[in-house]
Design a protein around this ligand. Sequence first.
Ligand code: AR6
Length: 177
Amino acid sequence: MTRITPVEGDITAQEVDAVVNAANSSLLGGGGVDGAIHRRGGPEILAECRALRASKYGRGLPVGQAVATTAGRLPARWVVHTVGPVHLPEEYEARAALLASCHRESLRVAAALGARTVAFPAISTGVYRWPLADAAQIAVRAVREAVAEHPELVEVRFVLFGPEAHGVFRGALDETG
Ligand code: AR6
């Protein structure tokens, strides 16, 4: 059984095989988690992102999909970049499906590389404005479903910035555990 754990902390400090980045379609960096990962991980990550843009993802990484690069100087082996949806109430269903897809696809990509431990931030809950409690429900459900397909995963960790977000994810995990 894969352990699914909420921890309070900084995603860039996680000693795991794969760290998930809440990226944007350009793959060329931004603020929040994305900024922190590129700052701490160093230029190798951006170099691989640029190479992806020059090859397979000329038009950018579509929302809901995931792709891996080196983790550079982070204490991880890979960064799995995924693009969350911007929260838009009038397109709730379609975008909630894309947020679930981010989690499913990130775990698929990580597992295919041989990762056993994966850390997620609270995708879409910052710049992309998804309400935290709802994002937690979607993320937890998607991860629970996806780990059933990847029993080789030992741990999926949600890394939350601050006690409030940590409490919300812990609650969502407890409810569905
Ligand atoms: N560790 C853990 N969580 C963090 C960290 C960190 N170092 N930094 C922020 N958070 P965001 P999004 C939390 O905005 O909403 C970027 O510009 C934060 O409090 O990083 O998917 C990208 O390039 C929030 O709860 O991601 C995109 O353009 C959560 O992580 C866009 O933002 C996600 O916030 C993506 O927006």
